[in-house]
Design a protein around this ligand. Sequence first.
Ligand code: DGL
Length: 273
Amino acid sequence: MISGMQFTPDQPIGIFDSGIGGLTVANAIHHFLPEERLIYFGDTAHLPYGDKSADAIRYYCLRISKFLLEQRCKMIVIACNSASSAAYDMLLDFFEGKALFVNVVDPLVNAVIDRGYQNVGVIATKATINSAIYRNKIKSANQKIRVNQLATPLLAPMIEEGFYNGNISKSIISNYLEHEDLRGIDALLLACTHYPLIRREIDEFYDGKVAILDSTDLVSSEVKKILAAENLLNAKRSGPDSFYVSDFTSSFEETAKNFYGEDIHLEAKHIWS
Ligand code: DGL
């Protein structure tokens, strides 16, 4: 057990993102660990995080984590790459001993190392790319691996507006992936929790010849591994999942369906006042 932490398996797992992109991770965890109760928080009042400063993102993450801890979460999954890059270390320090924290960066980095890729591309928001977190973590594990990063800021809003699996998305995706910095890669990391929705189109662009890694399965496996190691896997669900947003609109609820893959009800939760 992690020193000082006293949890019981029936406590919920908190998951948060700048908005609704992190629902891709929530759904993967829900299917992988169906007996766990999830409390999701999407900070729709402040999205996108990808264009914010690291300081602003840290401030939002602190407040959201505090809210999730008030809901008695045993674990908090930062289902956003921009937030994981800017705030994970700070949250670990600030809430030491109060919950288990999981970020979405380390599972992808570990997969790159374990699977032996040598020439890796990373696509993400500006905040994630500017932090260089993937490059730094991969290089510190293996200096020889080439890491080619590209900010792809149009992709998250494009997906949110429902433009995927069509001509517009095909053209924007090709434009980005044809960039010379991504030539010759053997794996591409989808380092934004919105991108699982365009995974198939990306796979088609590469004709299946480049390995595509996203944060759905890899993060849910990590969550299970940590809970199992801490004897905190829940045997019987203790209640329904909750999905909160800091700013509610019917359009968010419509779009949430696409990210979660099932109908869900979003509830407004004003944690900022
Ligand atoms: N889902 C967020 C991420 O993984 C990106 C969306 C945003 O910019 O807020 O970085």
